[in-house]
Design a protein around this ligand. Structure first.
Ligand code: SDX
Length: 430
């Protein structure tokens, strides 16, 4: 009888093969030539052409990660996302993003122990979560609340030194899976599953979320959750990461920054898209309906959830990994395969009709929901899973900016009157 770790090891090998294949296809289709002006040396002041929504704005320099939008590549601290996803534990990537390079065996051992030591969730947080009216409260609103409560329990929360904030970051990274799992179980009126300190971040998260051992779900589930957490960890100056940095730049506290970032990620134009992709695929319902549905969506100028990106004008590399993983998981489930086939057909159609003309391609959210659904996770929990991973990028970048902090404070052009005469109220008539 194979041990759990042996089964996980085999699962990692199966998944590695799929990712290496995806990487090969990506290398054949696009080169990783850095975009001019977006890599290399940097000093302020910079000239930039700005468009609505801060398009074109440069917030400063970073060593944490690079999103090559033109070519569809993603690097974390110089490592290609395909290599990290195919070969690393999520815990290695957390260490990489926080400390600047991959850990050696001893550093990783010690870091995993530290994360496990921080995993437990204070009872009062669970009590508050149990009081939140679950039917209509979105799990991201519950998550935002839980982080606020954690902040009130930390007597050192207002110490905004880099070391103190890094410790808060590591604690929150360790606790988020348990908080999200508790939210999921409470919503489903199920008992909470005690954390399993003997297993990986990914395994413990899946187990406490679904109540089932990842092996019972599928012997590649742990490996796939590990990859999903790696893929979502960091992504440049996206809306939620930028939000966290803006808040933290006032020297408030890391909890306040993360609460703000969660609020941003909840939005359907950002992390909330993955949940809506599933609703969209279920609405299409049948592979033969895809063309007609697409035509109608274009005619009514409907936003296609899971498509388009402010930075990627090429296929999102994370989608290149999640697509074959979604297919692999769907192979054992005819219902999921039906949804996968609809997704693949819509993917092909959008790439053909909008790829060249409007440079609209699938983004990370298009296939992630299919993966999570196949792992037995309810759609409402998809965005909180995104947060379980992205808390690493949020905290790493807030800490990076804090080291040479300057409060973020842009301007707006005033287009109103300049010399209005004040009329006493009795003479004002509307
Ligand atoms: C994430 O920033 C990040 O890095 C985010 C993220 C991360 O890891 O943090 O990658 C995660 O948030 C991915 C995006 C998830 N959101 C969605 O899938 C929602 C659907 N996508 C769109 O709403 C849109 O593509 C955005 C919000 C992602 C990007 O919006 P932009 O850059 O503001 O683009 P836009 O809305 O100005 O669109 C430009 C044109 C418009 O057409 P025109 O008016 O010029 O004719 O492209 C069209 C848009 O109508 N367009 C779409 C579309 N996305 C853009 N048309 C239909 N469906 C879409 N999805």
């Amino acid at each position: 009888m194979k041990s759990r770790d042996e089964i996980f090891k085999e699962g990692r090998k199966v998944v590695k093969k799929i990712i290496d294949q995806a990487a090969e296809t990506a290398r054949a289709e696009t080169d990783n030539v850095p975009e001019p002006g977006l890599t290399g040396d940097f000093t302020f002041p910079v000239k930039a052409t700005l468009n609505k929504g801060l398009e074109g704005a440069i917030t400063g320099s970073t060593g944490i990660g690079y999103v090559n939008g033109e070519k569809g590549w993603l690097l974390y601290r110089g490592y290609n996302i395909f290599d990290l996803a195919a070969n690393c534990d999520f815990e290695e990537v957390i260490y990489l993003l926080l400390y600047g390079d991959l850990p050696d065996v001893h550093e990783l051992e010690a870091f995993k122990k530290k994360l496990i030591g921080y995993r437990s969730i204070p009872e009062v947080v669970i009590d508050v979560l149990k009081k939140i009216p679950t039917p209509h409260t979105h799990p991201m609103a519950a998550l935002r609340t839980a982080i606020s409560v954690l902040g009130t329990l930390d007597a050192t929360a207002d110490d905004c030194s880099v070391d103190a904030e890094r410790e808060v970051a590591i604690r929150l990274i360790a606790q988020l899976p348990g908080v999200v799992a508790a939210i999921a179980r409470i919503r489903e009126h199920k008992r909470l599953v005690p954390q399993d300190i003997s297993c990986t971040h990914a395994c413990n998260f899946l187990y406490t979320m679904t109540g089932e051992s990842p092996i019972d779900i599928n012997n590649i589930s742990e490996a796939i959750m590990n990859v999903a957490l790696i893929l979502h960890a960091d992504h440049g100056m996206n809306n939620s990461t930028f939000t966290g940095i803006v808040i933290n730049s006032s020297l408030t506290d890391m909890y306040s920054s993360i609460v703000g970032a969660i609020g941003s990620l909840k939005g359907p134009l950002h992390g909330g898209a993955n949940e809506r992709v599933l609703y969209m695929l279920e609405e299409i319902g049948n592979i033969n309906k895809v063309e007609e549905w697409f035509k109608d969506a274009r005619a009514t100028k409907r936003k296609l959830m899971g498509f388009g990106h402010r930075v990627y004008k090429a296929y999102d590399p994370r989608g290149r990994v999640l697509k074959p993983l979604a297919k692999k998981l769907a192979e054992d489930h005819p219902d999921f395969m039906k949804l996968y086939d609809i997704a693949e057909k819509l993917d092909d159609l959008v790439c053909k009709k909008l790829g060249k003309e409007k440079r609209i391609f699938p983004n990370v959210d298009f296939y992630s929901g299919l993966v999570y659904r196949s792992l037995g996770i309810k759609s409402a929990m998809f965005t909180p899973i995104f947060a379980v991973s992205r808390i690493v990028g949020w905290t790493a970048r807030a800490l990076e900016y804090l080291q040479t902090n300057r409060i973020m404070r842009p301007r707006a052009v005033y287009t109103g009157d300049l010399k209005k005469k004040l009329i006493p109220i009795e003479k004002r008539k509307k």
